[in-house]
Design a protein. Structure first.
Length: 341
């Protein structure tokens, strides 16, 4: 009932805006983590093909080229990149959480910030699209839906996932708590610039991520895995070229980290800010004792006062109702003059 396992948080840089090369890197990291004994491997937000931080740094009229590259390198769920990740998960016998920029099969430029949970058999267990792109992300991604607000029952426990700012949405978080979540994965970008550093008040990505992840673990009494990507030199140079002042902003913006949290919200071990893989041993039996104090989906609530309904219908651009052309419903042609006897 309460499994023990080793989890791996991937703190790495994608091959910037190169879906095939980033997929190669992801496959290699999956096998490396599996060899180290990990049963679960989690990648950062939109690891394939990258996080579009340039949208914060230059006017939209100046970065059409980067958006076009992002659209071209975003991936289809049924495409070859995801097929390779699924094959790697099956070959390694691990559960994989993967952040990706998803391309719509019916539009060349409609993208979603998505996350997949892939089982050790290679099956897609959950497909979540970020409910609301945050701040400048709205220039890149469309809003998602509630279809992926699911906690998945796996051999290593009940796993839930939210992407970046969704971990600030109390109703989204509560919807996972209410499904018996035991292990929460949150995925993040490498940097999150909101102001020019010289003026002060820039967003502290590291502190904010720790606060939000810790709050969820404390409230839900779950383990937390925080995985963030790395801004490497290649990505830095490409993004800095989009605006003369972009390099100063990137240099002065706090970098994110990857780390683990226990069901009290306390950090497990050290945080990782250099590229690599961070591991933690998880014992889900540790989720029990804290629920004696506050169990917000059990006794510590007033369900007669509060009522939450979650719409988990997948949204689509159109519904098509084709007629039934089976032989029994095809009308016979009218007889023409001169036909018959």
């Amino acid at each position: 009932m309460h499994p023990r396992f080793k989890a791996a948080a991937i703190h790495a840089a994608p091959v910037f805006l190169d879906a095939r090369a980033t997929t190669d890197k992801a496959v290699s990291l999956i096998h490396e983590a599996a060899r180290a004994g990990a049963a679960l491997v989690a990648f950062p937000e939109t690891f394939i093909p990258a996080f579009p931080v340039w949208a914060a740094l230059a006017a939209p009229i100046d970065n059409h080229d980067l958006f076009a590259r992002m659209a071209d390198q975003s991936v289809l769920i049924e495409g070859p990149e995801i097929a390779r990740i699924r094959e790697a998960a099956k070959a390694a016998g691990v559960v994989v959480s993967l952040g990706l920029s998803e391309r719509s099969p019916v539009s060349v430029a409609c993208l979603w910030n998505s996350n997949l949970l892939i089982g050790e058999t290679g099956e897609i267990l959950n497909h979540h699209r970020k409910l609301v792109p945050t701040f400048y992300e709205k220039l890149i991604w469309a809003a998602g839906d509630g279809a992926g607000l699911k906690v998945v029952e796996t051999a290593i426990g009940r796993i839930g996932q939210l992407i970046c700012g969704e971990n600030t949405n109390p109703l989204a978080r509560y919807s996972l708590m209410a499904q018996g979540e035991q292990f929460h994965i949150s995925s993040w970008p490498p940097v999150w610039p909101t102001r020019r550093p010289a003026g002060g008040g820039n967003y502290d990505n590291l502190a904010a991520n720790r606060l939000r992840a810790g709050a969820h673990c404390f409230e839900a009494k779950v383990f937390g895995l925080v995985t963030a990507s790395v801004l490497d030199r290649r990505a830095f140079d490409i993004i800095a070229a989009c605006d003369p002042r972009a390099a100063d902003v990137l240099e002065g913006t706090p970098r994110a980290a990857s780390f683990f949290l226990d069901p009290t919200g306390a950090q497990i071990g050290e945080a990782l800010q250099e590229e690599g893989i961070l591991y933690a041993d998880i014992d889900l039996a540790s989720c029990i004792e804290p629920k004696q104090f506050h169990d917000v989906v059990g006794y510590y609530n007033r369900f007669d006062v509060f009522d939450l309904t979650v719409n988990r219908r997948r949204l689509a651009p159109a519904t098509f109702r084709d007629p039934d052309f089976s032989p029994s419903t095809i009308p016979l042609p009218a007889a023409l003059p001169g036909d018959g006897a």
